[in-house]
Design a protein around this ligand. Structure first.
Ligand SMILES: C[S@@+](CC[C@H](N)C(=O)[O-])C[C@H]1O[C@@H](n2cnc3c(N)ncnc32)[C@H](O)[C@@H]1O
Length: 239
């Protein structure tokens, strides 16, 4: 039986995944619907340089939601040390260059602290306040005093349809956008690379400055600065 999100059916493969999210297309998918083979083919688009410019040389980094190591590898090459975490064993199995941990972010409790905790890819926009707080508490638990928690967040208007982007043989389409109460939106993201397509149904929540600040505070963190003028990249530190 298919699960439903709004009036969109999610594929059979999505059953057992996180509520409201699912993916389809070749190869394995993570519980949030990310396609392993798609992320293996995804290019780096400057995120490594942006992060590198915001942190000290040779930082210890805990990367939460590392996927196939798309950003892990360039940050290692820049001289940082990384522990890479993902809940999907199919994802962590693709990261050979450093220590990996297969765990949900909310449950992770290591006996170590890091100069930097990195949680990118809009994981902060999970549309569930309790889950978001669990993610932030994990960030707070693992960052050293004076260290940085770096978050990448979605901004209002980012998810809109129709939107099609084509670049270097890759096609990206946003479709079936539903605007839901509470600054939430559902959408289908379809990537086509080398004639193969992957679709992911996402459910996200945009956070106002007040919501983000309040949830950071609840987790013991304080927003200190934005790394980018569009405020998608946020730095927080222990309060
Ligand atoms: C969209 S992919 C991005 C991967 C990588 N950050 C990148 O930019 O290439 C998101 C990754 O986060 C992982 N993820 C999402 N929610 C998670 C959670 N609560 N705990 C652990 N991993 C999670 C997924 O399994 C997936 O590999």
């Amino acid at each position: 039986m298919n699960r439903k999100l709004g009036d969109r059916a999610i594929s059979r493969e999505a059953v057992g995944m996180r509520v409201g999210q699912g993916g389809s297309g070749p190869g394995p998918h993570t519980p949030d619907g990310s396609a392993v083979e798609l992320y293996e083919r995804a290019p780096v688009t400057g995120e490594d340089q942006l992060i590198n410019a915001a942190i000290d040389p040779g930082s210890s980094i805990l990367e939460l939601g590392c996927g196939t190591g798309r950003i892990t590898r360039p940050l290692l090459a820049l001289g940082h040390q990384i522990v890479a975490v993902d809940e999907s064993p199919e994802m962590t199995a693709r990261v050979h260059e450093t220590e990996t941990i297969c765990s949900t972010i909310g449950d992770l409790r290591l006996d170590r602290r890091f100069d930097v905790v990195l949680m990118m890819s809009y994981l902060i926009n999970v549309a569930d306040d309790e889950e978001r707080l669990r993610l932030l508490r994990t960030c707070a638990h693992h960052v050293r005093p004076g260290g940085s928690v770096l978050l990448q967040q979605q901004m209002p208007g980012m998810i809109h349809a129709p939107a099609v982007r084509e670049k270097e043989g890759r096609r990206f389409e946003v479709s079936d956008v539903e605007h839901l109460p509470g600054n939430r939106q559902a959408a289908t993201l379809t990537h086509t690379v080398d004639g193969r397509s992957w679709s992911q149904r996402i459910l996200t929540q945009n956070l106002t400055d007040e919501q983000l600040t309040a949830q950071l505070a609840e987790a013991g963190l304080t927003l200190t600065d934005y790394l980018t003028p569009d405020q998608t990249w946020v730095r927080a530190r222990l309060s």
